[in-house]
Design a protein around this ligand. Structure first.
Ligand code: ZN
Length: 288
């Protein structure tokens, strides 16, 4: 086979062009790979940055964030147990509805608020036990015994008021009140006062008084204040006969639970530090 000079030049030129194209293609492939590596590195870096920021925020706000997988080491640290044990007692339950007004059972309101309060206390690092977490019957005497067995530091029973239909204008009464033992112990009075103070500050309902004994007899005790061996109180969360108290239970339940948890938390710390006597003003503030 014979090539003319022109044909030979043509072939050489074509070969060179092909070589150039191959080199270009290879360079483009290398560029693409580099770009992919840069993108992967960038994504990794962004992921790390987002995680670090989320951890920082959840640590700062003390919130455990959403229940998603983002609950990181940092937010678990925030919920580390602080050693305090709180016993919450949602009044009534099961076959005992408690007080009833049109379409309203006391047992439902008490359970709803108690469950939210448990959550709020756990966020503060407490271990919380409850006399019931569902709509079931629990003997009234048994509730305090349960708290004693759990060696709880504080006992809080949650109820709602209907007032003394006889002596008080129950139809117009409103606000929260607290009952403590007839012996009027300072630590229980502090617990009740802190709870009322926080409820009032939360703007959910007004605060009445911390009373000792029982409604019919100041020398008698409710089981909830008689049996527990730790500071205890029975909170009446507003009147079921009052529209605005009911509205607060229906629409501001988280705020109410938060106020209860804050009051319990403050009391726990004061009592643990043996500092109750320095809170005499607060103890007197809610005396009836
Ligand atoms: Zn009750």
């Amino acid at each position: 086979m014979q090539y003319t000079d022109d044909e030979i030049i043509q072939i050489i030129v074509e070969q060179k062009k092909a070589k150039l194209r191959r080199q270009k293609r290879r360079r483009r492939q290398i560029n693409l790979i580099m770009l992919l590596i840069v993108l992967i590195l960038f994504a990794l870096l962004a992921g790390i940055l987002i995680k670090v920021t989320a951890d920082y925020i959840s640590e700062r706000t003390g919130s455990s964030g959403t229940t998603s997988s983002s609950s990181s080491g940092a937010s678990e640290t925030a919920a580390v147990k602080n050693g305090g044990v709180i016993f919450l007692d949602p009044g009534h339950g099961g076959s005992d509805p408690g007080a009833q007004t049109s379409g309203r059972n006391e047992k439902d309101d008490t359970l709803k608020i108690a469950l939210l309060t448990k959550k709020a206390l756990e966020k503060k690092g407490y271990t919380v036990y409850m006399s019931r977490t569902t709509d079931k019957s629990v003997d009234r005497e048994e509730r305090g015994k349960m708290a004693n067995r759990k060696k709880a530091d504080l006992f809080v029973s949650i109820h709602r008021n209907t007032g003394d239909a006889g002596s008080e204008a129950a139809a117009t009464a409103s606000g929260a009140e607290v009952w403590i033992s007839s012996s009027d112990p300072d630590d229980s009075r502090l617990l009740g006062s802190e709870i009322l103070k926080e409820l009032k500050a939360s703007g959910t309902m007004s605060a009445r008084a911390v009373k000792s004994g029982t409604l019919p007899d100041p020398n008698d005790d409710y089981y909830e204040n008689e049996i527990p061996t730790m500071p205890s109180c029975l909170v009446e969360l507003g009147f079921m006969t009052d529209k605005s108290d009911n509205k607060a239970i229906d629409n501001k339940s988280k705020k109410i639970a938060q106020a209860l948890a804050t009051g319990i938390d403050k009391s726990y710390k004061i009592i643990k530090n043996d500092n109750v006597s320095s809170y005499q003003d607060l103890l007197d503030k809610y005396r009836p």
